[in-house]
Ligand binder design. Sequence first.
Ligand SMILES: NC(=O)c1ccc[n+]([C@@H]2O[C@H](COP(=O)([O-])OP(=O)(O)OC[C@H]3O[C@@H](n4cnc5c(N)ncnc54)[C@H](O)[C@@H]3O)[C@@H](O)[C@H]2O)c1
Length: 362
Amino acid sequence: MNSESKRFLVTGGAGFIGATVVRHLIEHTPHQVLVVDKLTYAGNLDSLEPVSRSNRYRFEHADIAHAGSMQRVFEDFKPHAVMHLAAESHVDRSIDSPAPFIETNIVGTYVLLEVATKYWRTLGPNERDSFRFHHISTDEVFGSLGAEGLFTEESPYRPNSPYAASKAASDHLVNAWHVTFGLPAVLSNSSNNYGPYQYPEKLIPTVIFNAMGRKPIPVYGRGTNVRDWIHVEDHARALALIAERGEPGASYNVGADCQRSNIDLIHALCKILDELLPDNGRGSHASLIEFVTDRPGHDARYAIDSSKLKRDLQWRPAISLADGLRSTVLWYLNNRAWWERLRATGYKGERLGRLAASATAK
Ligand SMILES: NC(=O)c1ccc[n+]([C@@H]2O[C@H](COP(=O)([O-])OP(=O)(O)OC[C@H]3O[C@@H](n4cnc5c(N)ncnc54)[C@H](O)[C@@H]3O)[C@@H](O)[C@H]2O)c1
C-alpha cells in the first residue's frame, strides 16, 4: 500500500460495505477519509464507532443527489479519490418501492459524476492524472446464469430486478463520463457480501436472528438459487486496491469463488448455530427452515470470475467461507447491542418484496 496520505471521499460510508471500507482505510492506510452519507434506514454511525476518534476521519450528513451539498463537499475536502458506495441496495425493497432506487442509484450517481467532473477539471495536470472516481457495483447487473459459466468483465448487461437495473444504469453513466469527458473512473462489480455489521434484512443476518429467536427461517422458493459469497473485509481490501491502482476506464470483478445454493448456506449456518448455541430450545436450528413464496424474478445463479483482479492487482481473498460464516455468527452473538438498536427502531424481520395480490394477478 502507498505510504503517501491522500484524501478519500467515501459515499455511503455508514452502510455495510462502506463502513468496512472506511475502517480498513483508517486502520491499514495513512489516508484521510470523509464519509458522505444520507443516513437512510441502512446507514448506521455505530458501524463507524471503531474509527470515530481518528483525526483522519470525518463525517458529513448529506444526500448525493443534492448538487449544492456535493459541490460544497468537493470544494472543502478536495479529494484525491472518490469511492462511491451510496445506494439503495436491497432487491426486495426495489420490488416494493423502486422510486428511491432511481433517485439515489441513477440520479444520485449522475449528480456526483457532474460535480466530480467539474471539480476534477480545476486540478493541475498531475492531480488530474492521479484522481480516481471509483464506482462500486454488483454482479447482479449481468443477470442470471444457467448451470455453467462465470460472469467476466465482458459479460453482457442483463439486469432483472429494479435494483440491478438501477445499478446497471449507474455503471453505464460512469463509463460514459469516462469516455466522453475523460473523468478517470474505474468500476468494480462484486458478488454477494457477508460479514459483521450487515443490516438485518439481508439473508445471512436474517437466518442468524431468526434462529437465535427460535423463529421460522424463511427460504425463498426451494432454496436452489446459487449465490457466490465474499467476506466483506476481503471485498473492502479489493476496493481500496482498485481505488488506488485500478486502470481508468477498466472494470474489475470481485468474488471469492464460494458458490453455494441458499439452502446449503442456510444449513451450514444452522450447523454453526447448533454448535455455538446448543441449548437454544429443542433440536437443530435446521428444523426452523420454512419454504416461502419465491421472490418475483429471482435470478437463478450468480458466479464471478475475478481472475483479472488477481492477475492485475495481486488481490487474493483471505477468508474461507467456513471461517467467515463462523466468525460472522459469533460477531452477531457477541454484538447484540449493535443490532438490537436497529431492530428496536426499524426493520422487525417482516417479509419484503412480495408482489401485492393485485400486481401478481396482472
Ligand atoms: N451488499 C452486497 O452484497 C453488495 C454486493 C455488490 C455490490 N454492492 C454495492 O455496494 C454498495 C454498498 O452496499 P451495502 O450493502 O453497503 O449497502 P447498504 O444499504 O448497507 O448501505 C448504503 C449506504 O448508502 C447510504 N445512502 C443511501 N442513499 C443515499 C443518498 N442518496 N445519499 C447519501 N447516502 C445514501 C445509506 O445511508 C447507507 O449508509 C452499493 O452501491 C451496492 O449496490 C453491494
